[in-house]
Design a binder for this molecule. Structure first.
Ligand SMILES: NC(=O)c1ccc[n+]([C@@H]2O[C@H](COP(=O)([O-])OP(=O)(O)OC[C@H]3O[C@@H](n4cnc5c(N)ncnc54)[C@H](O)[C@@H]3O)[C@@H](O)[C@H]2O)c1
Length: 412
């Protein structure tokens, strides 16, 4: 029986998906430390974690039966991705299962801040009937400036237009403008045009300090600022200053340069207590729907990998997917050195195997070739493939010999 270990209370929708791929699932609530993890991975092919379990190079070299790790999260910092690739372990995450949740929070905040609901709410809780239209606006007809037009930015663009807003966006990559959204040539153009500026750039290191004094100063008088992407992208001292001076009329911040480690920890920030500022504890993507979607998405990726060999959206291996054409499927992760494909195909030919379909992809110094074969006349091909100097990991399904092999000579 193949085994999967799921830690950190990942969403239970993942369990039946792995079971129907033929896995016996050990489901646990907590995280494990390095030694506990190594012990628990004995004889385990698939591991599922969230953010607290560290999959280190040592874990990967000790866990010889491991072939796939699912990060039931967006981030994969907790996994040594290079070490995983070098051991032939595929890593998958859920890059867009919580996109909609972030978008909905952004919409809610845009409306709340534009209506100054934060202040009305606080006053009434304090027993003050502050009925006034002053400073409250509709979002219809206002211009939303989206910085980073990826999964989240582009979906926000669609919903904002449905609310009657105009959208302008800025992205460093070439992006298709959806609906009537207009692309800004520069960030400054966006800042000078938008009534509301919202950040949705990715977490690449070059984005550290992307938004500071210079950018806030460029924003329109009375405009609103949102950051739901990464804390280190924004200089929060400058933001606080622009709120205090009245230059910005409100802000919503979900991510912070330094975030408390766990629920219940104290939170310190210059943004606390400022007027018309919504602070949320990095919950943009945290909804029950998103957790369920993440559970299904990652489990499906792991299941596809072990059944069909598909590495589509793997974050550390060459991405490929081959439609099933033959009777046997040979999946070979190898060092990306010249001549591997020719050698592999010669071995197939020597064993009378007819190649029905084949696909090769490479990523850095790792190559991945999936081959569908039929008409094998002689056994022993897999032993030869496994013994090749370039072999990192060989896996065979529906085939004639052993279904799983230990890491090959090139695993390191
Ligand atoms: N608050 C939360 O709970 C939460 C949840 C999910 C995602 N996020 C964060 O939201 C952000 C966006 O996620 P996504 O899935 O849309 O990512 P994505 O990779 O699909 O999109 C990011 C976009 O930003 C663009 N970009 C990068 N640097 C830029 C720059 N300096 N200027 C302009 N454009 C730039 C990229 O070209 C890309 O189009 C990420 O930082 C992610 O970590 C936060």
């Amino acid at each position: 029986m193949q085994r999967a270990l799921l830690l950190e209370n990942v969403h239970p929708t993942s369990v039946p998906i792995l079971e129907s791929a033929g896995y016996e699932v050990d489901y646990r609530k907590g995280a494990l430390d390095e030694d506990e993890l190594i012990a628990a991975l004995d004889g385990v092919q698939l591991l599922g974690i969230r953010s607290k379990t560290e999959v280190t190079a040592r874990v990967l070299s000790e866990a010889t039966s491991l072939v796939g790790v699912g990060a039931f999260s967006i981030g994969t910092n907790q996994i040594n991705l290079t070490a995983a690739a070098n051991r032939g372990v595929a890593v998958f995450n859920a890059p867009f299962s919580n996109t909609r949740s972030v978008v909905e929070l952004a919409i809610a905040e845009i409306i709340s801040l534009t209506r100054r609901m934060t202040e009305r709410d606080r006053a009434l809780h304090d027993g003050v009937w502050d009925k006034s239209a002053e400073g409250s606006h509709e979002v219809r007809g206002r211009t939303l400036g989206i910085v980073g037009y990826g999964n989240i930015g582009s979906q926000l663009s669609v919903l904002a237009e449905n609310l009657g807003m105009s959208v302008i966006f800025f992205d460093t990559a070439e992006k298709l403008a959806l609906g009537n959204a207009r692309r800004a040539e520069t960030l400054d153009e966006l800042l000078e045009t938008a009534d509301i500026v919202t950040l949705h750039v990715d977490g690449r290191s070059g984005n550290a300090g992307l938004f500071g004094e210079k950018q806030f100063a460029r924003m329109k008088q009375g405009s609103i600022f949102l950051n739901l992407c990464r804390g280190f992208v924004v200089d929060v001292d400058s933001l606080a200053e622009h709120i205090r001076s009245g230059h910005l009329s409100g802000a919503a911040v979900d991510v912070f340069p330094a975030e408390p480690k766990k629920r219940g920890d104290a939170f310190e920030s210059v943004l606390r207590g400022l007027p018309n500022v919504i602070l949320t504890p990095h919950v943009g993507g945290s909804t029950e729907e998103a957790q369920e979607a993440i559970g299904q998405f990652v489990a499906k990726k792991l299941s596809d990998y072990v059944t069909t060999g598909s590495t589509m959206l793997s974050v550390n291996l060459p991405n490929l997917q081959l439609e099933h054409t033959g009777v046997g499927r040979i999946k070979l992760l190898h060092r990306n050195v010249p001549g591997v494909l020719a050698t592999v195909n010669q071995i197939f030919a020597d064993h009378g195997a007819n190649i029905e379909g084949q696909m090769l992809a490479t990523r850095g110094d790792v190559g991945y070739v999936v081959t569908d074969i039929s008409d094998v006349t002689e056994r022993g091909a897999s032993k030869k493939l496994q013994a090749l100097e370039s072999t990192i990991r060989l896996r065979i399904r529906d085939a004639f010999e052993r279904p799983e092999f230990p890491p090959g000579p090139a695993a390191r």
